[in-house]
Design a protein around this ligand. Sequence first.
Ligand SMILES: *Cc1c(COP(=O)(O)O)cnc(C)c1O
Length: 347
Amino acid sequence: MREIEELVRPNIKALKPYSSARDEFKGTATVFLDANENSYGSPLSTAYNRYPDPLQIDLKEKLSRIKGVPAGNMFIGNGSDEAIDILFRIFCEPRVDNVIICPPTYGMYEVSANINDVEVRKINLTANYQLNGEAILQAADSNTKMLFICSPNNPTGNAINAAEVEALVQHFDGIVVIDEAYINYSKQPSFINLLTKYPNVVILQTFSKAWGMAALRVGMAFAGDIIIKYFNKVKPPYNVNLSSQQQAIEALDNIEWVNTQIKETVSERQRLVDALRELTIVNKIYPSDANFILVKVVDAKAIYDYLAQRGIVVRDRSRVELCEGCLRITIGTPEENDIVIQTLAKY
Ligand SMILES: *Cc1c(COP(=O)(O)O)cnc(C)c1O
């Protein structure tokens, strides 16, 4: 197995990172004239004239107590999409290196690879949406740098078998990125515990789903010291704005609210499944550990249009390989779910 440092792009290893005013002065002071900020304040009720903490220390320390991960093993991004992009820039030499993804899965892995001009090798999930571990290891070569695993997986909704994930972490000679955007809705525990055992694991989580803060763009990556060191080297200096940092900190004081909504979403998920199962237009509902369900229907395109004409938007996944005929439906409020159920019943 290669060391993490051997997987890093040579230009990134050699990179001298941007040094901000806040990086260069760490003491206490009362007069800050080092960053060309507007000393007079902001034309707003809250002052936003100072650059935010580049390393989001307050947020990380608070998160640390909740996640049981040291603050030094966290990266906070402008959404987890930023973490995905930075991973490509750390590890993948454009037009030389490649990554492995397991479709059907989250679209950003491939888009981020394309933006970075990195080859994508696709090893489809099996018929029951689990990993094909043998094919993944066979597809890897010396230029394969990362493997993306999404659990619970989007758009299928299922959690990925934990023993199979750990076996891949052990045998895949590269970085294994485990995207847990939907972990809060899952019966299966987080893979975050793998971090203490394996240096090649990156866990992605986000404030965009269960935390209800998609608009604020706050994503998390948890990883070993070396990987976090490179995240901090490559990231834009002030990648998470002050308002988002503050609101994420405030949200962490309201875990009870989040847990209540998670319970409600999970119980609504079951209610929606039970109701849709009764409909003749529904052929199959895949088991979900997320806040959405993948539903195979008799005529996905027609049903999608029918719903859209009535102001209900779901996601048409029917042209996605292994999701033929399927719509992905996010779990709504009880009222919204009632509307979906009643409207579909009349189709
Ligand atoms: C929604 C989602 C994300 C979240 O991305 P953010 O940039 O944090 O909003 C990440 N991964 C998956 C699989 C998702 O479905």
